[in-house]
Design a binder for this molecule. Sequence first.
Ligand code: GKR
Ligand code: MG
Length: 418
Amino acid sequence: MIIRQIHVTPVAFRDPPLLNAAGVHEPWALRTIVEVVTDEGLTGLGETYGDLEHLGKVRETAQALIGLDVHALNTMYARIAAIVGGTVHDLHGLTGAATTEKSIDRVFSPFEVACLDIRGKAAGVPVSDLLGGKVRDAVPYSAYLFYKWAGHPGEDPDRFGSALDEAGIVEQARLLINEYGFQSIKLKGGVHPPDQEIAAIRALHEAFPDTPLRLDPNAAWSVATSIRVGRELDGVLQYLEDPTSGIDGMAEVAASVPMPLATNMCVVTPEHFPPAMASRAIGVLLLDHHYWGGLVRSSHIAAMCDAFGLGMSMHSNSHLGISLAAMTHLGAATPNLTFACDTHTPWQDGQDVIQPGALRFVNGAVPVPTTPGLGVELDRDALAVMNEQYEKCGISSRDDTSYMQRFDPSFSPKKPRW
Ligand code: GKR
Ligand code: MG
């Protein structure tokens, strides 16, 4: 099965004003859709970040993959490594440390997923079978709450409304849980002073006493603040995600708080494992195939977590259905991924590039597609519309900070902020 063509299409879709430590989401989120076509006419799909610099690398490397067999993933990786070369910086200020390997992994990922989609289709099996076989029929996701404005400035409020205090956050949780059936909750923090976010977690605990809760301030806190918050939320949080920056800081916090620390920021590439394990900096790793080098490499990382006794969850950024399908196959075939995964899906509010019907949420979990490959097909009309939106939206790279500074010139994403 030889790769004959690769189509790389950037897309944009509406995104609500979700607040985080870097600023606020812009009105449009960007992604890149990759289609790999073989000599036998099979097509595989991949999805990755849409930022211009990354898009350029994906386009450039796509040319070098024509003529490869879809099984030749080692050769594919080597070719991409030769082109990507040096370290690319942290894309959004929220994706953690940057390393050369992570930069290569990030570009390799959508091609690898597309090749697995093709291989699944050719063999007549779902991608989860290529990853060792599913150990669960549905993959649980969490309600991913954000402080948010009612709408983008100058526009009508969106249907989620504003959530700027604990009452708004509890209301948002009710909405997402009613619509999706989520059974775990994650609050994106690092927006308000820590005491306000502690109050929001307490309000969630009161409203949903049996639902596991997580808080993720994206390293907006100092070590001392992280320890204080961790201690105050003893018995309330399932885990505390990236309270502070770096492996050393996380290790100091981990030694002094009662709950496990989770990360998608300080352990984001294999070379981070030895120092993080030696210092016991984390108890939970949030896997993300978009920067861990695709699905097979992510499975290897899961094996490493198993060996070190780490718990596992899954990280997300604003994404569409090809990513959700890939995340679901990976989650299904990773036995030790036992914490509900993150997803931004509710915030996309039905916008997608895939044909409807393949993915749905039942009691907060996505049933694993059983049809060959990823189990999702492109909606070409939707792809064309979203590509046109990309061309017209005026955004070419995600920049939560500059967008926030338009409305609050004094805003600074400096870390630690508190
Ligand atoms: O979408 O604003 C966001 C999130 O903050 C995202 O960019 C993070 O990478 O979800 C992520 C996280 O868990 O850190
Ligand atoms: Mg996080």
